[in-house]
Ligand binder design. Structure first.
Ligand code: NAP
Length: 322
């Protein structure tokens, strides 16, 4: 699998990151190990998890897999800290909470450091400076190599960039945010998680900060919307977030291109992200549930979309550039 260089990071990472959100919970340990083995055999070395996923089961499963295969030195691990679903607003960004999270994350994974720790969900009530001071402390203690954010607003990321510059900190190395061919119909201000709209695209073009694109298949909604009975199979969230005329048109175009090229809808969506037609570095974080889905997703690595196909898949020119 090709590796890409993220700006400001000293080592390259696999161009396709494996999302492990449900490992050890929805997916059993043996099913999770099987998915990890397939990804590894295809050259994948970049895993994504979070302190909150499965209340620790995801991190534990990844750690056990790396130990059982003896591959820790080859892998790059991202985990996310600073979210606590037991709290009414999910946020846990005070210094002692971030320290507790990273210590627990490392003990669950079973190694003394991870490469990337991201702040999972922002808490605008906590000053950015206090959060950055804490992440620098964690980095300088050798528990992480780099830190970044997820689901932060452009305003707070910009503030973090200027504080980091002023204080000589490493600052954020990446932003993990929803990014896919769909447009989520729930506005960013109405949810704590964020999707990459025009304002985020402008920020990333200007700063060249890398994007970890989560939900690259719009949580599976677009592939379902390509099929005749697919709308009935959308989850309640899938309907609310993605069932719009714009996204139906994207699904129609995906189906047409799939039938013309022989690639699947999932492959085309991931290949579109891998083609980077938007002016800043992006790596998709895929979330296949089954081995068949994973093998299908990995097929996107062999696709070269033509400029005509890339622009066919994006009828709006807002977020993306040629
Ligand atoms: N930072 C954050 O706040 C955040 C939020 C969300 C996710 N993430 C990260 O991103 C990862 C991926 O997110 P995601 O699960 O939303 O990704 P996704 O790839 O957009 O959606 C995954 C779903 O798509 C469907 N799917 C996957 N591969 C398919 C294929 N080849 N053909 C047809 N359908 C396919 C499956 O739906 P069915 O199960 O219905 O078959 C699967 O459950 C997570 O594991 C996590 O690490 C981060």
């Amino acid at each position: 699998m090709t590796k890409i260089q993220l700006p400001g990071v000293s080592f390259p990472v696999s161009c396709l990151c494996l999302g492990c959100a449900y490992y050890g919970s929805r997916e059993s340990e043996s099913d999770s190990f099987y998915l990890l083995d397939i990804y590894y055999e295809r050259g994948g070395r970049f895993l994504n998890t979070a302190h909150e996923y499965g209340r620790g089961l995801s991190e534990q499963t990844i750690g056990r897999w790396m130990r059982s295969r003896g591959v820790r030195d080859e892998m790059v691990i991202t985990s996310k800290i600073g979210e606590d679903l037991t709290k009414p607003n999910s946020r846990a960004m005070r210094p002692h909470e971030l320290h507790e999270d990273i210590n627990e994350t490392l003990s669950r994974i079973g190694y003394d450091y991870i490469e990337f720790a991201l702040l999972h969900i922002d808490d605008p009530d906590i000053p950015v400076e206090s959060i950055l001071d804490t992440m620098e402390e964690i980095r300088q203690a050798g528990k992480i190599l780099y830190y970044g954010c997820s689901n932060w607003s452009v305003e707070r990321m910009t503030e973090a960039d200027s504080i980091a510059k002023k204080k000589g900190y490493k600052g954020f190395c990446m932003n993990e945010i929803e990014m896919n061919l769909a447009r989520r119909s729930i506005p960013n201000k109405d949810r704590s998680t964020k999707w990459l709209d025009e304002s985020f695209a402008a920020y990333h073009r200007k700063t060249q900060m890398a994007v970890g694109a989560y939900s690259p298949l719009a949580a599976g909604a677009l592939t379902k919307m390509m099929e005749e009975d697919g709308i009935e199979r959308l989850s309640q969230y899938g309907r609310t977030a993605y069932l719009t005329p714009y996204n139906m048109e994207i699904a129609r175009r995906l189906a047409a291109l799939a039938s013309e090229t022989g690639y699947t809808g999932a492959q085309l969506q991931i290949a579109w992200l891998l083609s980077q037609p938007y002016g800043f570095p992006v790596f998709p974080i895929i979330g296949p549930r089954t081995p068949e889905q994973l093998i299908d997703c990995l097929g996107s690595l062999d696709i070269d979309l033509t400029p005509g196909q890339l622009s066919y898949l994006k009828p709006d020119r807002g977020v993306y550039i040629e």
